[in-house]
Design a protein. Sequence first.
Lengths: 508, 653
Amino acid sequence: MTIEWPVLSVLIWLPIAGGVAVLLVGERRAELARWVGLAAALATFIASLPLFGAFDRGTAEMQFQELAPWIPTFDLNYHLGVDGLSLPLILLTTFISVLVIMGAWGAIQQRVAQYLAAFLILEGLMVGVFCALDAFLFYVFFEAMLIPMFLIIGVWGGPNRVYATIKFFLYTFLGSVFMLVALIYLYLKADSAAILDLHALPLSLTEQLWIFVAFLLAFAVKIPMFPVHTWLPDAHVEAPTGGSVVLAAIMLKIGGYGFVRFSLPITPDASLSLDWLLITLSLIAVVYVGLVALVQQDMKKLIAYSSISHMGFVTLGIFIAFAILARGEGSSGAVLGVEGAMVQMLSHGFVSAALFFCVGVMYDRIHSREIADYGGVVNTMPWFATFMVLFAMANCGLPGTSGFVGEFMVILASFQANFWYAVLAGLTLILGAAYSLWLVKRVIFGEIGNKKVERLEDLNFREAVTLGSLAVAVLGFGIWPEPLVELMHVSVDNLLTHVAQSKIQVQL
Amino acid sequence: MQNQYLAIALAPLFGAIVAGLFGRQIGRAGAHWLTIAAVTVSTVLSLDVMRRFLFEGLEVHNETVYTWLVSGGVRFEVGFLVDKLTALMMCVVTFVSLMVHIYTIGYMKDDPGYQRFFAYISLFTFAMLMLVMANNFMQLFFGWEAVGVVSYLLIGFWYKKPTAIFANMKAFLVNRVGDFGFLLGIAAVLMTFNSLDYAEVFAAAPALSNETIELFDGKPWNLMTVTCILLFIGAMGKSAQAPLHVWLPDSMEGPTPISALIHAATMVTAGIFMVARMSPLFELTETALSVVLVIGALTAFFMGLIGLVQNDIKRVVAYSTLSQLGYMTAALGASAYSAAVFHLMTHAFFKALLFLGAGSVIIALHHKQDMQEMGGLRKYMPITYITGVVGTLALIGFPGFSGFYSKDAIISAVGHIDRAGTGLAEVLLIAGVFVTALYSFRLLYLTFHGKPRMDEETRSHVHESPWVVTLPLVLLAIPSIGIAWFTTEPLLFGDFWGDAIYVAPGNDPLSHLREIWHGPAAFALHGFVTLPVWLALGGTALATYVYLFNPALAATASKALAPLRVVLEKKYGFDELYQFLFAGGSRGMGKLFWRGGDQTVIDGLLVNGSARTVGWLAGVVRKIQTGRLYGYAFAMIIGLIGLLGLMVYRGQA
């Protein structure tokens, strides 16, 4: 089955056009701007749905490709396409974006049109990142994406927003500069900027190591990995709710996507020889950051640290694949690890979005993120409490929720790499439950904490729809993950076949 | 049959969803009628399954419902395995659940969370059924954690009560420690067998019994031993075996019906069920079985001792539950899986009965649970009293009552197997019988006998509980007395189990018992010439003397044995130790990593340090240019071009 229209371009440019339209509507007609923004986001989401049906699950080829000259002088092309690694992330992006636009309805009263436009443009750019097949097109989207997020935190953020934005910007920008250098080098060497050509490019181990490290700096900051993770809690704390949601649910995934799209296939030998480093950093993220999350007083910081810890499973799942392949006992466990990493990204997209929305719901009412300012919220907001407990449970990987699937797969796989990896990774069962449930205990349960909590009103219709649709996603994906995971099978198999072959050419 | 099994599992889920989401619309009566109807459906259909197994020669059912996930060539499926072990568990779970549902109408009569409570206990029933009906490890783990989360919700049901919301978190976290081991065990199974399907794993297990794994370099361990011990850690969490037992006594903060359903009859026995289900794996490793045996025996004796000094009526029953779970675990360790499951069944009836009886007392006293303020209740609450006596006699293993048969089988089995740790285990289990009788009758006497010690206001209002409470008591008392009379023979000596439980040739600890078995009545009579029964009678006699005839002696004894009493009242100090070591330790480490690692080293030294360096550089640059950010960007571009040049140069070279 094919789609007759250039679906990927539509998914990139429709929200961007929507963003421009919202700006044209202007600040004076805020209500209209909201409706236009919602219409654009919804239309994009609906336009993305045919991808799910039309996607051919039987091939690892790029699908729905579009190719047009972009900068012919340098042979750079506007080349788009998706495979099983990027498609689920695109669907995640268009889904979450609708919720973010809806979430802004009550929370944002200043510069509404600009706020919505920033998110819509950001949505288009993020879709662009996931479907770009030209390395420099990817880079342009990758960097351009920073600008709206920079504005979102810098303009609509909290009191310490300037520090947070500069930290966020410098970290991510510094990281990606090295990626640019690597891309230029590869471009010169391969005489092509097509990502698929770079995959096939033979490279010596030294070259691979340099390029791997350059990519690592970009993607490790983005995802983020220990020890370059400290920008994330600051950014989350200052960002408005929508900013936090997009940051956690989608932007972090670009780091994970980068590993599977660039690092692994372009530098497989370097990935193999440095897998110990990545595994170590991932396990530190799971344990160290999990412990740090435990002692946070600020709800957003707690969820931010929890995100870092969960992202540790993504990098762990990806890089244990090498340790498993190296044992020479087949690729079954490696597939499980990489698919587990992908699933973890999607699930975290739902769960972290939901948790940040939950904090947003409370923040809109009491204007505090401090855990100590709450207590006994269930007494006044029973429906909200139900959702919050559900999402907290999903966050600690309860079976039946999406949070379980990825962690389960990665832990099962890591046992096949090394018993002790599995032990350390498995500690998340305890740590994740500890920080999630302790949060719930202090915020949700107990006697009514103070006068403000006493006056709380339960969810309104819009909030209920937002949290309700995330709950459906979290439970649906937990009860039956196969339809979504099925999309990735062939691409992951292909990726692992590819990385199992050395790119080092025997020098004569 | 697939549809019947689906109906059994899903009916309570349906009830839970409707009562939970639309509780306000359907009202209190609507909620209890709907959930009771749903659980009745499950109960009737489960009994029908058992009937078909017994009288129609029903085949073992093992079918997939749907494929949950395929990855790396491994199919993770959701499906049902229904053999006689499952069928027995289904009957126990649904029957006790039904009793508890009915009882709840009375117990939670005035509670504002009425509908929510019914939703939770129905949801629990669904989760527990998924656990016992699973045909694979993934679904087992789903049910395993799902019952845990409902237990969490129910212990914290009264969410305003600080002790309750502490206890539920503690319960969940301690269970997670067990689940951590359990999940690693499942990972080991997947690595070894490349499948999580019971049938495939069990079929392949014997051939792989000598595989090894190097946990430390150069030290190979038997893989099956490692796997089984990891799986057993899960059982230790769920079935509250020392040292992961600490959550169960605290779980008594929840409403009494769930103490009966979850924390006595069903969920806590999940670990026992699981090990019995995994008998084809455990039978391959003597080492793991010895561990199971010793842990069980230690729990049985030492947790029973704590029951002697508790004054909260529910906590006495809770420690008794720990101790009885220890008996079941010890039976597993002695390869007497059938005896373990048999005791699981009889215990489910008499312990649910004792809890619900305690609940009946608690209702009568307006939610007071301290036995020191009870006494003399037998006049006011005859049905509760008589059923309480029945439960107590079953618990102490009085000949003829159901508990006698199952407990005697366990003790006999441990005495007739040759395995590391059996000597110690046998002594502990036999001594435990004395302790059991002592705390059981202490409870009975303090509650129902002697002079009323409650205040006059309370005493004048004490009366027997309504029929919705007493009916389940009576219905549970019947199997507490008689179930063993017609089940002992098929369960322990017949071929009831078929292939559901595997005992390796040469490991048949029940063979001795089989030889002396001449029917239940003869066996009960024979009991009077065995040591355990006399110890039980001794414990009863001592309790009778101390608490009925010479109450002053109790005080004297407690003074004389003060050091022991303190140790027991402190519960051997596990709580304090864990609080200090794990709760305090992890918070301390978290603070250290956060303040020290993230804020001081990473942000302070590395980030802001390099920011200062860049700032200093920018300061230099500012002499030429103006503007700070511009300076950063400029520095970056310079650096970028430099690097680029270097790389291009090197690439060409």
